[in-house]
Design a protein around this ligand. Structure first.
Ligand code: SAH
Length: 355
């Protein structure tokens, strides 16, 4: 059975068109699914009954089952979702003022095995289909009430490496940015990569989304250790790909830099970072390491984080320190897929939807 979510709005019009169904019918279906969160064809009351039955016989409207929603004390919510073949992925809702950012996964697990990231430890399952990416946003939207509170921002910073699943990622973006989908402007969509250099030009050509690059180190020796992908695409090539990345005026590349105590948080690292990014329209996002059970790395003190940020600012880099969200529920950057420690007795951490 095919899935509605696997078609872009245009694609749905043409596939239904081949069955002799008028284009406005496709738009009606899309409105039900994306604007109203209705997945049951039987409830799509402005469609003729025979059409509802025909669609129900030919199409699924759901790719993922919701296993669990875990709420953080800061309002972040982590959704544990399951694919038809039993794959486990996570999506995160990060509310912040008027913003409702959804962080989605692009793969089941991840093949890159960055040494400080929990997802890498799961190993790699498979690429997600575009419908499975889209359904993560729908699953998050289902949690939002009232219904007019739609997701406003989207980041591909969950499990997986989006540039190793680019066709599905691009198709999901096409659906999600369409006004008949969620209407999320590409300016509010960020694709984060650990540095799959050969795929970067294609992303730049295909969609005017924001690019984030997970840098984390300023020498090949250290980056080889933290981000093993660096052995294939070393720093010089990565930085070159950033320099030639097509940016529109006033656009900047975000460089993510996880700060790890005594590993990459020294003054010499800061100085090299300034030199490395010289001339690239950039913004550095410092992420003090989010620790998770079993990691050998430590988060630096707030003072060293401040000092590092200060050194970058003095080198005329624009720098922000990412306030970690969802840290207490292992929903923060690099914690997805981490197993929680055994819960303390009598302290329920999670709520199942509908309870
Ligand atoms: N594979 C892509 C998409 C994942 S984004 C990428 O690497 O960019 C997830 C971000 O969280 C990346 O910048 C990653 O380096 C960062 N991260 C991973 N583990 C982390 C940890 N333990 N603490 C803080 N950030 C982490």
């Amino acid at each position: 059975m095919r899935s509605i979510l696997d078609y872009t709005p245009q694609g749905l019009r043409s596939i239904l068109g081949q069955a002799g169904i008028a284009p406005f019918r496709a738009d009606q279906v899309l409105r039900w699914v994306y604007a109203r969160g209705v997945r049951d064809f039987g409830q799509m009351s402005n469609l003729p009954r025979p059409l509802r039955a025909e669609l129900a016989a030919g199409f699924r409207t759901r790719e993922l089952a919701l296993d669990e929603v875990v709420a953080s004390s800061d309002g972040t919510r982590k959704l544990a979702l399951r694919t038809h073949d039993g794959g486990r992925i996570e999506a995160v809702l990060i509310p912040e003022g008027e913003r409702r950012t959804v962080c989605v996964s692009s793969q089941i697990g991840c093949s890159l095995d960055c040494s400080f990231c929990a997802t890498g430890r799961m190993g790699f399952g498979r690429n997600l289909g575009s419908g499975e990416i889209v359904d993560q946003v729908l699953a998050v939207a289902d949690l939002l009430t009232p219904l007019d509170e739609r997701p406003t921002h989207l980041v591909f910073m969950g499990m997986g490496e989006p540039l190793l699943n680019l066709p599905a990622v691009l198709q999901a973006i096409e659906t999600l940015r369409d006004p008949r989908g969620f209407g999320i402007s590409p300016r509010r969509i960020t694709v984060s990569t650990a540095g799959v250099v050969p795929r970067m030009p294609e992303l730049g050509r295909s969609a005017p989304v924001r690019l984030a690059v997970s840098l984390h180190a300023t020498t090949d020796a250290l980056r080889d250790e933290l981000v093993p992908l660096n052995k294939r695409f070393p720093l010089a090539r990565l930085i070159e790909a950033c320099r030639s990345y097509p940016l529109r005026p006033r656009d900047r590349i975000s460089f993510e830099y996880v700060l790890i105590a005594d590993v990459n948080d020294g003054a010499a690292d800061a100085r090299r970072l300034v030199r490395l990014l010289h001339g690239i329209p950039s913004k550095v996002n410092l992420i003090p390491l989010n620790e998770y059970p079993g990691t050998r790395y430590r988060r630096p003190s707030d003072t060293s984080v401040e000092l590092f940020a200060e050194l970058l600012a003095r080198g005329h880099l624009s720098v922000t320190v990412r306030r970690s969200r969802g840290d207490d529920i292992l929903a923060a950057c690099g914690q997805l897929g981490a197993k929680p420690p055994a819960p303390a007795a009598g302290a329920p951490r999670s709520s199942r939807p509908g309870r």
